[in-house]
Design a protein around this ligand. Sequence first.
Ligand code: KIV
Ligand code: ZN
Length: 518
Amino acid sequence: MSLKDNSAGRRVRIFDTTLRDGEQAPGFSMPTEAKLAMAQALAALKVDVMEAGFAAASPGDAEAIRRVAEEVEGPTICSLSRTRDEDIRASEDALAPAARRRLHIFLGTSPTHRQAKLKLTTDEVLKEIERSVSSAQGRFDEVEFSAEDAIRTERAFLKEAMQCAADAGADVLNVPDTVGYTSPEEIYDLFKELTATVRRREGVIFSAHCHNDLGMAVANSLAAVRAGADQVECTINGIGERAGNCALEEVVMALKTRADYFDADSNIETTGLYAASRLLSELTGQATPRNKAIVGRNAFAHEAGIHQHGVLEDRRTYEIMTPTDIGLPSNELVLGKHSGKHALKARAASLGFDLGANHVEQVFAAFKRLADEKREVTDSDLCALITGEHDAGADWEFVRVEMRSSSEARMRPFARLTLNHRRRGRISDIGTGDGPFQAVFNALCSATGVAATLDDLSVTQSAGRSHAEVRVLYNEQVFAGGGSDADIIVAASEALLAAFNHIERARKRASALLVGAA
Ligand code: KIV
Ligand code: ZN
């Protein structure tokens, strides 16, 4: 099958790498169940290709790819691979259950990558491309080759590498700006030359993969599209290595909004963009900036009087897209005490929550109580109602904490604590550690069943009181807490417990979303 489709304007393929390039960035790692929930949201968006991971990177990555391949219908499922045979085999195994499978082979081509990382000559790089791409033929539905650090590769050698991959049978020739170094004019010129000079079979396409180190990933991807790229690689919310990748929602909405200029569009179901963005934030615990293009809270908000007046007269005065284009509830739909279940369900769905029949009754009752107290129920009120955060108080409370520590080397600091959990009741546990705070922390991990790490704890003293600040790491996310008391141990324990309460809330939010997405 040809990958190229030039029927009505050009249709640009959307290759999503949220679950690979996005997930490998610090703070964004996701357990398999979260990856599956995200993969279903990407399928609902109708991405053309979903890179589900890097099979040879770890057994966990391979397992996640296999689950996505088994359970997610629609997009082509892809696995990243080095040129090594064992990587190709690991991808082959993990992708086996998918209806359509793509192998994505990459190899560094720039002088820095060749000399510093690979220790290969240009001839050896070409041989490696030829060998790996040829050996993948017939084992996958599609093979993509990426010349890692293409932008910093000598142009003549990049052309040779691409020609070599095309001759060996690659279906997609990807040009990564691995370090986010290029500019729109430069990448436009490069794609013009590559698309004009690399000889290839009918249907073989060029692809852009841009990182955002200089804040130009979306602009560079769009410039590549103008110069002939038929595929863009991107991630939800622009997550990815360092400053991230090209943001899917931005490139897609730019193509849709300026189809007149780009003469190209994607197949993305844009009304799912807001929900996909929110789901990712909830699953990773990383909020999107308020002013983020397309999906940030301010993207469709009008505060200034002149703007509000203009928008009320005709929204086109200050809006180039409508909120409903991305699946945001329309500005007119305000949830208040007169709203019914239908409006509540629709707003919950646009926030990424699928309320089942029982849950909707429960949330609706809580919503009515809140709407009586507040004139307007906001999105964050609704999220809190759905995840149960609106009920008063924290989940965990201290009943008692005791500490023993001694100058004797033989006696390790020891903590005993009793907690009360809102639903689980009283729990007592003990912990030891290198210091008294670590002992309390270990006792907390054991009592709450949360395997966290203590990243930082600082205590200051003023006016006879101790003030503690802590940072706790859980699932590669940071949870902070603060506490204050006349007793230094109690202050630190309160700060630690506050962080554990934040973790509990994040876990509840994620599991509510997973249930909704299942
Ligand atoms: O940025 C990059 O070069 C990559 C490749 C593996 C495609 O992510
Ligand atoms: Zn990348």
